[in-house]
Design a protein around this ligand. Sequence first.
Ligand code: ADP
Length: 168
Amino acid sequence: MKIDIVTGDITTRPVDAIVNAANSSLLGGGGVDGAIHLAAGPELLEACQELRRRDYRDGLPVGHAVATPGFRLPARWVIHTVGPNWHAGQRDPDLLRSAFFESLILADSLGAASVAFPAISAGIYGWDPRVVARTAVDAVREADTQKVELVEFVLFSEDMADVFVAAA
Ligand code: ADP
């Protein structure tokens, strides 16, 4: 599996699946979550509302992942995961690892050959970007995937991209 570090907007990536740093509500938010909902169109919110009604009445737990179509995105799927919120006292690195790992395993099980990740928990959720980068790279390398050939980490700033390059 190849790992690429890319600077830019994850919503434009021509990959099979992009990962959303969602919150437990699955009903949209700020940061990358807001950008993905805006680019995917209102059908994404409807799909997320349906998931809430059907499978996640109490919300998606931290460290878990669930898939929807990508709707108006170039990507065929969006994998929604919830990273731990440092500011809320969620400071167990296993939860962060799980958000990356479970997202990749789910994308693989859908048949995705390429997957793009943002820096989950490194924005509003307040984790140290260096810890996020190290955890992300380790989690992806540990995953025994069958279909995924390319993992991209798509970072919004050059500074964040530098942190991921140092960890890769
Ligand atoms: P969290 O709540 O998990 O911390 P955020 O969305 O606040 O998630 O931030 C995660 C990272 O995603 C931050 O580094 C932020 O700058 C970045 N980000 C925001 N918008 C985009 C985008 N369109 N593409 C890629 N990364 C983005």
